[in-house]
Design a protein around this ligand. Structure first.
Ligand SMILES: [Ca+2]
Ligand SMILES: [Ca+2]
Length: 160
């Protein structure tokens, strides 16, 4: 999967020809996309952006993680990868809902200092004895941020 961003640049030129005014608007727009790399994580199904079912990107798809041996050290790796300080809770038994697709990792033994769950000791890619009722999830600690809902800011400029 790729995440794409649309960037647009708007240039407005005014030309005064006698009593007439010509307005030329030039729009330059381009799309740039970045691919996901194996081991990228996302949290799904939580009430806020800092909690949810752990999903890990591997071979062009999102996968889940089994809760066998899922503990705070494993959860710390996910939270730190997402830019949070650390994990508050390592949830088990599909606490944030059951995922779909492959169960990529099972019996994770992270120390908490790995850069990705893929670097932790585990049974092997796609080797598990789990069902989606055992999907692992996390709640991350975020001391410096607030959960802010999407906000629309309208600026009205007045001039004379
Ligand atoms: Ca563990
Ligand atoms: Ca297991």
């Amino acid at each position: 999967m790729e995440q794409c961003h649309l960037v647009a640049k708007l240039k407005v030129d005014l030309y005064f020809i006698g009593v007439k005014c010509q307005i030329v608007i030039t729009v330059n727009a381009w799309l740039f996309c970045e691919g996901y790399s194996n081991g990228r994580v996302q949290l799904v199904g939580g009430a806020t952006s800092r909690e949810g079912r752990v999903e890990i990107w591997y071979n062009s798809q999102w996968n889940t993680v089994c809760d066998d041996d899922w503990d705070i050290s494993d959860a710390n790796v996910v939270c730190q990868q997402l830019g949070f300080q650390e994990a508050v809770t390592a949830h088990q038994s599909a606490h944030h809902g059951r995922g779909t697709g492959q169960i990529l990792l099972d019996d994770l033994q992270c120390t908490g200092r790995e850069a990705s769950l893929l670097e932790c000791s585990h049974r092997g890619i796609n080797i598990h004895d789990c069902g989606h009722g055992e999907d692992a999830s996390v709640t991350c600690e975020c001391r410096l941020c607030m959960d802010i809902s999407p906000t629309i800011i309208i600026i009205i400029l007045e001039y004379e």
